[in-house]
Ligand binder design. Sequence first.
Ligand SMILES: [Fe+2]
Ligand SMILES: [Fe+2]
Length: 234
Amino acid sequence: MHASTEEWLRYFRDNRDRPALPVPAPITGLEPALHRALVRALQCLHLGEAGEGRLAVEILRVRDPALDAALRETVVLYVAEEGRHAREVAQLLGALGARTLTGHHSELGFRALRRSAGHRTKMLTLAAAEVVGLAFYEVLASHFPHAPAVAHLGRVIAREETAHLAMQRFYFERVAAGSRAKRRVIHAAFRTIVGAGVATLTFDQRALLRALAVTPRDFALRCAEITRTFTRAA
Ligand SMILES: [Fe+2]
Ligand SMILES: [Fe+2]
């Protein structure tokens, strides 16, 4: 997508100014089971989007030859963009007459893992979360023609998660620094974390997926496709 750290920084600086999603009007008329399942899914997404603040502090002072000043600032803006996603998902929850949650078992598990880990593991865990998040926002984008605010949020955020994953790939190519062995280790870890994320999401959000006639297999196949955009040969 972009070939240098400066280009990535420019992308995130420009994107910081994209118009905020409008506060949606109250969303009524969804079938009650679908409404409930959508609220639950958005509450979990919100927790995932909101939980990254510490990385933005850590990334500025950690020693890492793969990070230059532009890429460090890029990661700070990347984390801020996830914060914007959290606010936009919270707005949508408000339109659905619901609130955000303060903790959920799967998200807490991921957070505990990230806290105990070094910044590269945190980045890789986030990169894997991009895959599952992107596939999920795509589902929102394509399955809510009757709730345009949901579809619009899905489209806008899916586009940004695509860029996030591409930036993560760019970073981890620098970490691997041309070493095929390092790249293999990174990709194997990445696939493992994605696999855990897919299993968790398809279980936790089974009610929504069922209501939308998305099978766990379809969801997993789409995640596998997205995963290959990260692991394909440079
Ligand atoms: Fe996000
Ligand atoms: Fe993201």
